[in-house]
Design a protein around this ligand. Structure first.
Ligand code: GH3
Ligand code: MG
Ligand code: MG
Length: 531
């Protein structure tokens, strides 16, 4: 960007022209590793203008794999015409012939003939022409042409030699640019699956959300995670695990458009950005992906499934971070509802949809869209605790480790989010993976500093607000924990259990840790938003 060739010393007819060339070449050579390829080519062309003055210049870059030359730089009053004339084939006209022969040529006073027209776009009148193939590492990178118009205005053999020497610089500039773009794409690619990697995902999500914001269009985001993948590795080994990863990666092939980048954002987590797509459209796609994974055959007995969370901007969130958090929460919801399903982040506005016999009614944060019939059966039978808590029933040690993992994740996730309501919702969902509560409601302190406003709720309404039918199940067990930051209370978590199921000391300890993480996150967020 912004680099220009500035001559070290002006051309001087009194000094040896070859020495003059050396000075200019040395001046321009150091630009090769800097700036964008276009800027480097510009600088090379500027420098060339100093030592071989010309009326017009064209530079075509070569695509050897398909034998095409594309105009990359045109400096001429008729530039538009040349650029519009599009790519040339190898062998076509003077430019194409130079590409084929890889030999530089000096053409003087050609007549106005079809062959002189040569597809370069330089048409009427006599002219003198230098055609110089650009070679780097014995490969053709492009073709440079210099023109002088009118009679008695011809290039000399000496000027041809100089132009050829400059061509080496131009070829190196193009070669460097090619190498750089290959490296960049390698740095953005996941080697195992060939999908875009996490870095690409982050950059692209930011880009798409900014674009969508300008155009006032939606962007949807799907995040999916392989269910019980650890079991696949444990039972069949990592090699087969990797094969499953590649299979799941390719499940989105043929379903997504080219403009919907599919990314591997973690070990067994994937994301798809859907520019211009509403949540409803994303839902259809998510369901197709879920089925495509389900129908895929792998050399093992267990079926591979994925849980998918989806969120939509700007309806659910306006920043990439919050959109990700919403989709991630929805994914967490899909996991805790029994896996192998699609779950949309539905915000706080969605009315609860009643669950069936004995299952939790959906709280309003989650909308189950598809899948998972067999797993929800299992869940209904009551033998499973969701998410992190599910695998913790075995020994106190493994339970503690699983809890630590969840707490670590809660802390990392809560501190990423700046939206207070979203923090409240994360608290409700994350607590579910630690404690098998019946209901959880998170209240946040309003700006008046006195009123507690319900900000998130999960499960049936808390018992203290409940009507008589639930009383038949017993008095319940309600626990209110303040979210305290430095002696100030910024909110309250109210949780309840039913019947004989009481909160134990372990639960209280966990709630206190989560409450303190949450209060910190809320405080950090108000500091960040007021700064
Ligand atoms: P859940 O349904 O809750 O997602 O359970 P899970 O077992 O899939 O999730 P968990 O996070 O417990 O385990 C993820 C596993 O993914 C742990 C790790 O062994 C495996 N994994 C991560 N990256 C790779 C990889 O590149 N190759 C293989 N083979 N396994 C990987
Ligand atoms: Mg995972
Ligand atoms: Mg998983």
């Amino acid at each position: 960007m912004g680099i220009r060739y500035t001559p070290g010393s002006p051309p001087n007819a009194a000094i040896d022209p070859m020495a003059q060339d050396e000075v200019v070449i040395a001046d321009v050579a150091h630009l090769l590793s800097e700036g964008s390829p276009a800027a480097v080519l510009d600088a090379v062309a500027d420098a060339l203008g100093q030592v071989v003055p010309h009326d017009a210049l064209t530079l075509h870059t070569a695509d050897a794999s398909i034998g095409l030359l594309r105009p990359a730089l045109v400096r001429d009053a008729r530039s538009g015409k040349i650029l519009a004339s599009g790519p040339l084939r190898y062998g076509e006209g003077v430019v194409g012939s130079a590409a084929q022969s890889a030999e530089p040529r000096l053409v003087t006073h050609p007549r106005r003939s079809p062959s002189a027209e040569n597809g370069s776009g330089i048409g009427a009148g006599p002219y003198s022409l230098i055609v110089s193939p650009l070679m780097a590492r014995e490969e053709l990178k492009g073709v440079l042409c210099l023109y002088r118009f009118g009679e008695n205005n011809v290039f000399t053999e000496g000027e041809l030699k100089t132009a050829v020497r400059f061509s080496v610089l131009a070829a190196l500039a193009i070669d460097n640019a090619d190498i750089r773009s290959t490296l960049e794409s390698l740095a953005m690619t996941d080697h195992l699956t060939g999908l875009h990697n996490h870095r690409y995902f982050q950059e692209r999500l930011l880009e798409e959300m900014s674009r969508a914001n300008r155009r006032q269009t939606p962007v949807s985001l799907l995040i999916y995670d392989i269910d019980d993948f650890k079991n696949v590795n444990d039972s069949y080994g990592h090699l087969l695990g990797d094969q499953v990863l590649r299979g799941v990666a390719s499940a989105a092939e043929g379903i997504c458009r080219t403009e919907d980048p599919v990314c591997r954002i973690g070990g067994e987590e994937f994301a798809i950005i859907l520019p211009g797509q509403s949540g409803a459209q994303a839902e259809v796609l998510a369901e197709r992906i879920r089925r495509s994974v389900l129908e895929r055959l792998f050399p093992m007995e267990t079926q591979v499934t994925v849980s998918i969370g989806l969120a939509e901007a700007p309806a659910n969130a306006s920043s990439p971070r919050d959109l990700f958090a919403c989709a991630d929460l929805a994914l967490r919801g899909a996991k805790s509802q029994g896996k192998n399903r699609v779950c949309a982040y539905a915000g706080r506005t969605l009315e609860p949809r009643g669950g069936s016999s004995g299952d939790y009614p959906l709280s309003g944060q989650w909308e189950i869209l598809a899948g998972g019939a067999e797993t929800s059966e299992r869940r209904r039978s009551g033998d499973e605790r969701p998410d992190g808590a599910a695998d913790v029933g075995r020994s106190p040690e493994s339970r503690a480790i699983a809890q630590m993992k969840v707490l670590h994740r809660v802390s990392a996730n809560l501190n990423r989010v700046h939206d207070a309501a979203l923090i409240a919702e994360m608290i409700a969902i994350e607590l579910k993976s630690l404690i098998d509560y019946r209901s959880c409601r998170v209240y946040l302190l309003a700006e008046d500093g006195e009123t507690l406003v319900p900000a998130a709720s999960r499960g049936s309404p808390p018992l203290h607000e409940e009507v008589s039918e639930d009383r038949t199940a017993g008095p319940g067990n309600t626990l209110a924990t303040p979210l305290r930051f430095d002696h100030h209370v910024v909110g309250v978590i109210v949780m309840s259990k039913l019947g004989d199921d009481e909160f134990d000391e372990d639960d209280m300890r966990l709630i206190e840790v989560v409450a303190s993480i949450a209060a910190n996150a809320l405080q950090n967020r108000s500091v960040a938003t007021s700064a």
